[in-house]
Each structure stands twice: as C-alpha cells, then as structure tokens.
Design a protein around this ligand. Sequence first.
Ligand code: SIN
Length: 187
Amino acid sequence: MTLPPRPLGDAGGAPDAPEDSAWVFGYGSLIWRADFPVIERIPARLHGWSRRFWQGSHDHRGTPEAPGRVLTLVRTSGATCAGVAYRVRAKVLGHLDVREQNGYQRSPVRLRRGDGTAIDAWIYIAEPGNPAWLGDAPAAAIADQIRRASGPSGRNAEYLLRLAAALRELGEDDPHVFELERLLLGR
Ligand code: SIN
C-alpha cells in the first residue's frame, strides 16, 4: 500500500531528484507531522524495537522547568514497531536533524515493507543517558505528565492523541500508546 504523501512546509522545495533520496522511518510525530516534502510514504515495520514515551521534551512538548514526554524506541526482543517510511530528498535530513534534537540521534536501520522486503532507512532515536532521558514510570504517572505538559510545539496531549489516531488510521495496535490515551482521556 502506498499512502498519500503529505508534502508540507518548504524544507527543500519539490522532491524532484529521487537519485539523491533517502528513507526516513517515522514512529512518533513524524507519522502525523511531516513538515517536509515527501516523494513516497509507505507503512513499514522495524523489528526488535518498541515505541515508548521515555524521552523528555524541553523544546517541543514541554519546557526545561516542566518537561513533556515524547517517544523513543527501546530494544525489545520479538517486538515490532509499526510506522511510516518516507522517501525524501537527502537535504530533508538537514531539516530533520534540527527538528529532532534534544537528545535524538540519527541512526541507520533496516525496515520491512508489508511484503517483507527490506528498506535501509534513518531513524531518530533517543538513547538512555541522553540529557533529556526520563525512562520508564507507571503508566498513570506518564499520562499525568503528558496531560500537564505544554511547549513551543503545543500541548503534550496533542502529541499522544494525534499519534493514537494515526496508528488507528494505519490499522495498528500499540498497547503502550493506547493505554496512555485511555488514561489521558479518563476512560
Ligand atoms: C519519530 O517520530 O520518528 C521520532 C520521534 C518524534 O519526533 O516524535
């Protein structure tokens, strides 16, 4: 399945040079906020990793005084993280390197398309020990922090709710995300 591209913003103009393209995997806000020109957008999976709200956000969904919680990936044997792979012009990576700062690093990974074929892509991952790392906490505490936090990019709750909606749109389950959504909404 090819998803409709969502080319927004002006991070490099029209994507007209596929020969200098690269793949980027979105598992968090990159799924629902693609503020860059996109050549192709497809569902993809990353095996051996899980999505977790374990990274602090001082710059987008919180402040240094009251950090929010955003996603990173943690190694999990047997797990699969479903997301979206974007083929973009290589210069878009420069835009994303700025957007995905505050503890994230760009790393190469091998994704799988729905038919099992491989895609070599970049991911932005925040590893344990980075200055904004928060780590695990009880789900109710994570949901409460997300409910209260807000930063220059907007409310932390929006980040969670839009992600949950995007995963539903993709037909994907993620117990961690949907439990936090349920707690946030008081269901
Ligand atoms: C991603 O979406 O792939 C990285 C984490 C984020 O920006 O939410």
